[in-house]
Design a protein around this ligand. Sequence first.
Ligand code: SF4
Ligand code: SF4
Length: 700
Amino acid sequence: MNTSALNPTTTFIKVWEIPGGIHPPENKTQSTQLPLGSLPIPPQLIIPLNQHIGAPAKPVVRVGDKVLAGQLIAQADGIFSANIHASSSGVIIKIDNFILPHPSGMSGECIWIDTDGKHEFIPAEICEDYLSEDRLILIEKIRAAGVAGLGGAGFPTSVKLTTKSIQKIDTLIINGAECEPYITADDMLMQSRADDVIAGAYLLSHILHHPQRIIIGVEDNKPKAVAALEAALKKIAKPEQDNLIEIAVIPTKYPSGGAKQLIQMLTGREIPHGHHSADVGAICVNVGTTVAAWRAVRFGEALISRVTTVVGESLSVQRNIDVLIGTPIDYVLQQHGFDESKASRVIIGGSLMGFTLHDLRAPVIKTTNCILAPSKKEAPIPPPAQACIRCGLCSEACPASLLPQQLFWYAQAQDVERLQAHNIFDCIECGACSYVCPSKIPLVQYYRAAKGTIRQQTADKEKADRSRQRFEFRQSRIDKEEAEKEAKRVARKKAADEAKQKLAEQKSAAAKEENKVTEDLSPVLAVPQVEAVVSAVAKANASQLSYEDQKARLERILGAAKNSLESARAPLVPKNPEFPITEEQLVRQQSRIKQTELNVVEAEKKLADFLGTASQPVEDPVATAIARAQAKLSQSSEEKLRANIEAMQARLLKAQQKTEQAKAENSPSAKALQMGVEKMQEKIAEAQAELNSISSEPNS
Ligand code: SF4
Ligand code: SF4
């Protein structure tokens, strides 16, 4: 069907035909007889933290906190989450789980506010010229105000307006179709706040980079709303960059208010399976959401109330009200003369897409567009469902071109694969199929349940996948760490092997050096002699004395020899006065004196030789050591003994000095040192005696 717009501000907008659709009784007049009303502030507000499609917001207040209207009480947790604000001033008295207005009857975390009746607001940030603001700042203002789709989806508006760079939006559609029976909230909003709708449409156009077309789609059963919009359109100045807003009055047909259906009706563009409206260049925003976004930017108002239709024959007053989010539904019903005995049930939403509310204490949330309390006559209990007769009426009514009876069978069989293959997620749950079904099968309820199951399975699978990925990542990290440890261990082993190799090479080089010395000496020396020389070379290598050290050593030897001489020359004292000094003792003393004199002479000679010849440090200690060793080897027994005595005397001298020092310092080691001195003196005496005996031999 093609029709042109009735409004003079539009230019023959072509309206495209959409598949399916039904024409149920509208039931819209009951709630539009009274102007938009309001309620006294309820004594308590119960504000759920999950009023949108994403994760629940996180509380930022505690029990006992005083809050003002518009104050943030829970912060969005993730992109698709939305901020939650206090709807009125009062005190936080509880944060706990409570029943939510949801088809599943589930509960969720809520914040209770004991209202103080003052309805005091926090200071708001005014923005008079949104055109001079950066678009991202405007989107942030909308996000901060907690604006989410008021048409029923609860999709955060800031996310919808943040289009991808590849998505060129050429059409902005403001959805005022409101096709579902009984619901007139958007109609009343357009009638009473048309200025905000028009201003909001220009704001969204600015945020979306001024699309070529801005269309407000309204069903032709809302003439007052259309008139109000036309008046506002004439009154409100159009921003320079924007095109004129077109008001498209479309024929009443359910569900023309579905976003996909409205876009198709106004642009002829069909949104392919698995795609969004932005993918075909269009963005569709509900009129209530448009007003909320505008007020968030212009007046800094958080989304704390909404227009809701309160309708049904079990109520004495049927109308639309501007109700605070968090108001208990039983309070709303009471305020409208609810007669429970007359009521068939209480439905949240319209008669086709709504769901029965089982606990009337549940609160109004951002998506509550209608509270329907029909009488038993108005909405009788549906008769039991009969078997499907394959009449095909449901397929004809489906606006999404699905096969509802097939989906019904697959849903019954819980055949998830076939349900997905038949595009169950394209079902907008409009209920048109259920409405026309002669067997009164509650088809849409099967689809809702099946979608819930599939979503749960998908979530479980994603969770399992994430766990698996985490496990694999952890495993690969452990493997990597193990590999690194192994590489380090191999490197350490290699370094140790190299060090060992180097040490072995050094030892080998030293051995070669020793062998070389051995080879050099072996032609002229016997094996023991060679070993002695080698040992001397090693010693010489180990301690290469400096010139000063050698000089000091020779001086010490001379000093020791002189001391020995002095000691030898001392008069002999008998140990026992009864036994005088014998002749033999005197001879031995003379011999010792003679020997020590020789020692002194020799020591003086060595020192003189050293001072005369070794004015510079020895250049080749090894050669010297070899020479010394060779000289030692060539010594006679007497000479060796004498040299031994000399060496011992030198050591004795040192030991005596140390002992004296230890005694002077009262050191505990003095006694041990004294014993060492005495032992050494005995050894020297024995060696001296041996030398004397050798010297006295005829051949010596
Ligand atoms: S509820 Fe789903 S299947 Fe039924 S008519 Fe609507 S879109 Fe089609
Ligand atoms: S309308 Fe009902 S009876 Fe007819 S085919 Fe669909 S499900 Fe079956």
